[in-house]
Write a protein that binds this ligand. Structure first.
Ligand SMILES: Nc1nc2c(c(=O)[nH]1)N[C@H]1C(S)=C(S)[C@@H](COP(=O)(O)O)O[C@H]1N2
Ligand SMILES: [Mo]
Length: 322
């Protein structure tokens, strides 16, 4: 009935597997991969479009989610929902970490995302169209803010590469700019920072956007994204610092030159365009060698761990920078 009933071969483990069942699911995956790939050949893929597909904002789209077994639990526990939803950066709504209440002002109904620039098929998607086109999957990713705090987040969404293939960039496209929602009547925290280059924008090289890890999230913890986490659509680039992951995206533009971005424009020596997680490259005002795992209680008491190059994702992305 839903778009996620006929998974590709690699989408076999169930949502919300417990740590103990991970090994079982991996074995099931190895054993089932061949059968599933045969099934993928014989089953009509158009089955995805038959019934009324639940909207990305609705709870129903998040039933029976399939966790991508390439991104299962990692060596760190998943950050609990009460922390991912209350410890945030969203400067449109305020400068502190407790912006979740202010962020409830974000109007996520009838959301549209415009894809424009150097593409053969410019489009404006609403969230239903995105839901029909791109099957949702769950991925557990490390998350590392440039401020040296870290989480482990179970995102739900789809790989950016699928959207790129849908709009077909021309050969002139080399960069992509992502723009967040901004309306000073709503995003009232924006002015607290003084004069800033709003709206929030971020950018990637097209090759980075095409990498397997680059992800659009519509959900978290098996549910639609809360507004404070960037509903209804946000970027997740797990090998880069968190500021590269713009929230509440309204526009995606394919460009031939590197775009100016929010933090890079404000302070280019502190927030470079590339912004890959790198323990050996300190921020001008603090070391990046260690990170603090977001927990309850005083942040000074949080567990620290060594920062991993590319946030632990070198096997996927180091080739982009060699
Ligand atoms: N539009 C917008 N996107 C944003 C930000 C922001 O202030 N505005 N903050 C960034 C930073 S610095 C981080 S660390 C992450 C935080 O995401 P989270 O609150 O979901 O953990 O969002 C990023 N995306
Ligand atoms: Mo951040």
């Amino acid at each position: 009935m839903t778009l996620i009933k006929i998974p590709p071969a690699w989408q076999l483990s169930e949502n919300q597997v417990t740590p103990e069942s991970i090994f079982l699911n991996r074995r099931k995956f190895l054993g089932g991969a061949i059968a599933a790939s045969l099934a993928a050949v014989t089953l009509p893929l158009t089955a995805c479009n038959n019934d009324a597909t639940p909207t990305l904002n609705s709870q129903a789209a998040y039933k029976n989610l399939l966790r991508n077994p390439n991104f299962p639990e990692i060596e760190r526990p998943i950050t609990p929902e009460n922390l991912t939803s209350t410890y945030n950066n969203f400067y449109e709504f305020g400068t502190g970490k407790s912006v979740w209440q202010e962020a409830q002002a974000l109007p996520t109904e009838n959301w549209k995302v415009e894809i424009t620039g150097l593409v053969k098929n410019p489009r404006t998607y609403d969230m239903d169209q995105l839901a029909k086109k791109f099957p949702l999957e769950e991925r557990i990713y490390r998350f590392r803010c440039v401020e040296a705090w870290a989480m482990v987040v179970p995102w739900v969404g789809f790989p950016m590469r699928l959207l790129v293939q849908d709009v077909e960039p021309t050969s002139a496209a080399k960069f992509v700019r992502f723009t967040s929602f901004y309306d000073p009547k709503v995003t009232k925290g924006g002015s607290l920072l003084g004069d800033r280059p709003w709206p929030y924008t971020e950018g990637l090289r097209l090759e980075e956007m095409m990498n397997e890890l680059a992800f659009f999230a519509t959900g978290i913890h098996g549910k639609p994204l809360p507004k404070q986490n960037g509903a209804p659509l946000r970027m997740v680039i797990p090998w880069k610092y968190g500021f590269k992951g713009a929230k509440s995206i309204v526009k995606i533009e394919f460009l031939d030159t590197q775009p100016a971005t929010f933090w890079n424009t404000i302070s280019s020596n502190e927030y470079d365009f590339e912004a890959n997680v790198n323990p050996t490259k300190p921020h001008p005002r603090w070391s990046q060698a260690q990170e603090r795992i977001v927990s309850t209680g005083a942040s000074l008491l949080w567990e620290t761990r060594p920062t991993l190059p590319f946030n632990g994702y070198g096997e996927y992305v180091a080739k982009l920078y060699s």
